[in-house]
Design a protein around this ligand. Sequence first.
Ligand SMILES: *Cc1c(COP(=O)(O)O)cnc(C)c1O
Length: 230
Amino acid sequence: MQADIMSMLIQQWQSVRQQCASLAAANGHAVTLIAVSKTFPAADIRTLYQAGQRDFGENYIQEWQQKCTELADLDDLAWHIIGQIQANKSRSVAERAHWVHTVDRAKIARRLSEQRPDTMPPLNVCIEINIAAEANKHGIAADELLPLAQYIATLPRLRLRGLMCVAKADSTGAELTQQFTQMQQLLATLQAAGLAVDTLSMGMSADMDTAIACGATQVRVGSAIFGRRQ
Ligand SMILES: *Cc1c(COP(=O)(O)O)cnc(C)c1O
């Protein structure tokens, strides 16, 4: 990679990281920055890893598998799957990922648990919520949450960590706050039901600040770090 492109990537990452850290401090809770590397090459991931980034998010399983193989020497890199998982691709996710943010069906949860090797720690999972009840959007409705969460909590090789959402596109500031606040309330509902959940995965390049103000513990940032996707 050309030196100037590489230093631009690192600069953008440092700027997002600082922004994330100061928002986290202002809101009084820790926030993990997940660098969403979909469509960008393994070399970019390696560059950020060498600069200190550890958590990376990928959407497309086939693309991710290839990067995962290329980067197998980076021991403590944590892979976060943030796209849909087809049943026939669940095995590689169960065997190689650290987090899955997009569980929205009992069937996928059961397969991931069955396929998670005993030699690994339980797979961290979040349930994806379709928070603005949009047609054609992934995630479950808020009123379907409790039964799915209780089911996942019984699966031995998964560890239910919390909830994930993608806010409605073109939401106003007030609409974003409303969606993210509702996520916070849903997490509290699970805690009140006795589930040991601690994670709210919400906020992307455009709405990371609002998400953190509403309690996000993980933000998933792509274009603000890597640049615009093709
Ligand atoms: C692509 C993607 C992101 C990152 O989006 P940016 O707007 O590029 O920061 C975050 N979450 C999910 C689920 C995505 O698909």
